[in-house]
Design a protein. Structure first.
Length: 372
């Protein structure tokens, strides 16, 4: 007779199997959740780093250009015509003072600066320009031992002219060189030109002509927050192309929400009694808008002179993360004030970073209007 031998090993019950399954599921879920959170945290850190890097890059480029502003230009409280900083541009590329909060709350800025290569200062006896119709003479051949522009090509380039007018006032203009007539008025060069802001061969800064002036190549740098992509606005830079299409301009940084500018005005000698309007190179007033209807009004100093007295620029850049995060939404008032601009509700799924810098003007050694 055969017998069935039963195993002495105990089997697994359904309850034990269920518990094991639950524990394994919880463990795997915990591992998956931890992995997901670490991945999300990693992506957020990358996103935050990119946003902060964009802000730093923007500030660095701003400082580079603003520091150069005004190189070669005459600094004078009564300067007429083009000012190297304090203004911007309109949609057609002409100079404008409507710069404060014009692009969805963002400010605009235009910077002019001359180049050392090719810049000349007239000498006693050099011919004056006249009203501009006869061109801009450079280098009287009886006074200059050699051609000051022998190795410099000006054709098609932008140039600045800045100095004393025939009337005794002071002015500046930016022009595009369209031709040259060597020998005319006994000059090595006699440049034909188009004025950047009028399109004609005339001067705005010195309508009666320049008699003592600086002249040379100039660069024009325009900054704009481009919102054509509403999800990812970008800060753009346009150099020496004042009428160019912004779609073809250089992208400095993406996801820049706004740029805000303040101007430091030197209203006169600090602590002087009675008040002394002599510039001392120190900021006495910070303001956002140097126009007459702005907040830069100064008693006994007109709008134009206020702009000529800009000695420093304060810049704020607001960068944000590229990725939208739903879990950043909050209920309540989370408005963000940046100088004179308010971001109405920053609980929109983006983190923002505000970077600021104050830049001193190196090329604005202002001359008071009644000084010799």
């Amino acid at each position: 007779m055969s017998r069935t031998i039963r195993s002495q090993e105990r089997g697994v019950t359904l309850i034990e199997l269920a518990i094991t399954t639950v524990v394994a599921s919880l463990t795997m879920s915990a591992i998956a959740l931890t992995s997901f959170n670490w991945h999300r945290f990693y992506n957020r850190q990358l996103d935050a780093a990119e946003g902060q890097q964009n802000a730093r890059v923007s500030l660095s480029v701003f400082k580079d250009y603003v520091t150069r502003a005004g190189y070669g230009f005459v600094a004078h409280t009564e300067l007429q015509g083009v000012l190297p900083i304090g203004g911007c541009f309109d949609d057609s590329g002409l100079d404008s003072l409507d710069c404060n909060g014009v692009d969805g709350g963002a400010d605009r800025i235009r910077v002019y600066y001359g180049h050392a290569e090719g810049m000349i200062r007239t000498r006693d006896g050099d011919p004056s320009t006249g009203t501009g119709g006869d061109g801009i003479p450079v280098g009287d051949q009886t006074l200059w031992f050699s051609d000051p522009h022998d190795d410099v090509s000006m054709q098609g380039r932008f140039a600045f002219i800045s100095g004393q007018c025939e009337s005794g006032a002071h002015g500046s203009d930016v022009v595009r060189i369209t031709g040259d007539s060597p020998g005319v008025r006994n000059a090595y060069h006699n440049y034909d030109f188009e004025n950047l802001n009028t399109g004609g061969s005339d001067f705005v800064g010195c309508p009666d002509g320049y008699r003592a002036y600086n002249f040379g190549p100039v660069s024009i740098a325009d900054f704009l927050v481009d919102r054509s992509n509403s999800q990812h606005p970008s800060l753009k830079l346009r150099v020496d192309d004042p009428t160019g299409d912004w779609s073809e301009a250089m992208d400095l940084s993406t996801d820049i929400g706004t740029i805000q500018l303040q101007y430091g005005i030197d209203t006169g000698a600090n602590g002087a009694a009675p008040p002394d309007a002599t510039p001392d190179g120190l900021v006495d007033l910070w303001c956002d808008d140097p126009r007459d209807d702005g907040d830069c009004a100064v008693t006994d100093i007109d709008e134009r002179e206020v702009q000529a007295r800009i000695t420093a620029v304060r810049i704020a850049v607001v960068a944000r993360t590229r990725q939208y995060r739903e879990d950043l939404n909050r209920i309540g008032d989370h408005r963000l004030y940046v100088q004179d601009h308010m971001i109405a509700d920053r609980s929109d799924g983006y983190n923002r970073y505000v970077y600021r810098s104050t830049i001193s003007m190196r090329n604005n050694d202002i001359i008071l209007r009644d000084q010799p």
